[in-house]
Design a protein around this ligand. Sequence first.
Ligand SMILES: Nc1nc2c(ncn2[C@@H]2O[C@H](COP(=O)(O)OP(=O)(O)OP(=O)(O)O)[C@@H](O)[C@H]2O)c(=O)[nH]1
Length: 203
Amino acid sequence: DDLEEPDPQTFNVMLVGDSGVGKTCLLVRFKDGAFLAGSFISTVGIDFRNKVMSIDAVKVKLQIWDTAGQERFRSVTHAYYRDAHALLLLYDVTNKASFDNIRAWLTEIHEYAQQDVVVMLLGNKADVTHDRVVKREEGEKLAKEFGVPFMETSAKSGLNVELAFTAVARELKHRTMKEPDEPKFQLQEYVDKEMRTAGCCRS
Ligand SMILES: Nc1nc2c(ncn2[C@@H]2O[C@H](COP(=O)(O)OP(=O)(O)OP(=O)(O)O)[C@@H](O)[C@H]2O)c(=O)[nH]1
């Protein structure tokens, strides 16, 4: 162990959204680069995984909390909102109800989370074509209405998974370690730019 190395700054990131939208899969994809196919094991209560990332040569540690989407665990997860620096709010593009519930999730976030929490809306399962019921434009529109950044992801294909966590980590790092004359970090601009350079279709 190198005792000279200081502990990296730690940020708490919480994954929230209805049961089955893919929160656990998104975390596993990000952490292990794998996809949990097959049977769906619903999260019970809350679970977390750490990941150290390098942002502009500065190490930051994300402590990622995977919450249970099921209603019966809501009171457990409420207690964790207060300590969250960022929330990744997911819906499933193949499940209209999960999208319609986003408004209720945002209300809950306003009620329990810190006022300056970073929120990003993610439309997951973007790999699915036939069963898609929520258009990307609808996600964009809702995000705009609430003033939160948005992108579509796929835990299955890996689309934008790294980017979602990196963007949030950048925003949080920027907030805490900003140089005095450094301009404010623009999360949505960053995400759009990264998606363009990755050759991802915006049309
Ligand atoms: N096609 C596709 N399926 C996915 C994707 N992400 C998750 N799934 C599937 O969706 C189901 C639910 O995924 P989970 O990650 O367990 O969902 P969750 O949001 O953690 O659910 P709770 O723990 O109950 O809140 C599983 O069967 C996954 O295989 C994705 O990006 N694409």
